[in-house]
Design a protein around this ligand. Structure first.
Ligand SMILES: Cc1ncc(COP(=O)(O)O)c(C=O)c1O
Length: 301
């Protein structure tokens, strides 16, 4: 991000809004010292944080599981995001909400009386080249077993991303866009920063939550669409040796939406071409995003 662009951004830290470059947290924050925190990455369109109810629910559920207080309610956080986008001059933005256990006092004990740290930042959407959505991407299969690496409930979007970082490094070494991490039995779980979907025998398949995946918001929205449109789908275990049976594959995340995969390691998916199921789901997903924005406007008026 160019320096001039960075300088116009604002961030929130524990009750204060400041220019992002000057916003600071303590060197004694447990998020930094111990990776003791969680986060959400949200896409904002026209200053509206998309599918925010789902993001807030995941954040508050994770906060409860980690026993970190989330003091701001959904409406308050949504208002704050809107304010940060407006102050930063961003209509479309990547929003990051980070919640940590707050001050580190030595040791690992949890002291529920200590206030947590809440950080919200907004940044311009760098966006992928549109050609990638037409051409698809190659992904690698990582040697990292996600379940073994994290050791924690995968539903928590924790600030510790070491397994994912090293999976992405493997992808980079192989000239791939992202890497698939494996579940406890060597099954496909998810990618370094996205959820996995494929089409086998005309049916849309995605790994179940039990594989140790993050319950992705985009995955939830796509499952809702599949159910509503009565498109055959299933949440089933998939193994790397089954990639040659996949007619189509795609990944998805809040920032990128659905993105086609046309190659997994050396296996071409769908003859290396983007398929019709992906195109249909992408169009339906875009409609769902538009409907979410309309519902939000109505709720506010
Ligand atoms: C490991 C992992 N899985 C899946 C996703 C997709 O989740 P969402 O759709 O909520 O952005 C992400 C997004 O950051 C992720 O990091």
């Amino acid at each position: 991000m160019p320096a001039a662009e960075r300088e116009s951004l604002f961030a929130y830290v524990n009750g204060k809004i400041a220019p992002a470059e000057k916003a600071v947290v303590s060197v004694f924050d447990r998020g930094l010292v111990l990776g003791d925190g969680l986060f959400e990455t949200v896409r904002a369109w026209n200053g509206h944080p998309q599918f925010f109810g789902l993001h807030y629910r995941r954040l508050s559920k994770s906060a409860k599981r980690l026993r970190i207080r989330l003091d701001m309610d959904e409406a308050g956080l949504e208002k704050l995001i809107k304010k940060l986008c407006a102050k930063s001059g961003l209509a479309d933005a990547v929003v990051r909400v980070t919640l940590t256990r707050g001050r580190y006092l030595g040791g690992l004990a949890i002291d529920p009386s200590l206030p947590p740290t809440l950080i919200v930042t907004v940044a311009p959407v760098s966006g992928l080249p549109p050609a990638l959505y037409e051409r698809g991407v190659k992904v690698a299969i990582s040697t990292i077993n996600k379940a073994a690496a994290s050791g924690l409930d995968s539903a928590i979007k924790s600030t510790n991303y070491l397994a994912n970082i090293f999976a992405k490094a493997e992808a980079d070494r192989k000239g791939a866009y992202e890497a698939i991490l494996l579940g406890p039995h060597g099954e496909i779980a998810e990618l370094s920063t996205s959820s996995f979907f494929c089409v086998v025998k005309g049916k849309v398949l995605t790994p179940p939550i039990e594989t140790g995946i993050l319950p992705g918001i985009t995955r939830q929205v796509l499952l809702r669409i599949l159910r509503r449109e009565k498109i055959p789908f299933g949440e089933v275990a998939l193994f790397p040796k089954e990639t040659h049976m996949m007619q189509e594959a795609f990944l998805c995340s809040s920032v990128r939406g659905p993105l086609p995969i046309t190659r997994i390691e050396d296996v071409k998916i769908g003859g290396g071409k983007v398929g019709p199921v992906f195109r249909r789901l992408r169009d339906l997903y875009n409609l769902e995003c538009a409907a979410d924005a309309v519902a939000w406007k109505k709720g506010k008026s």
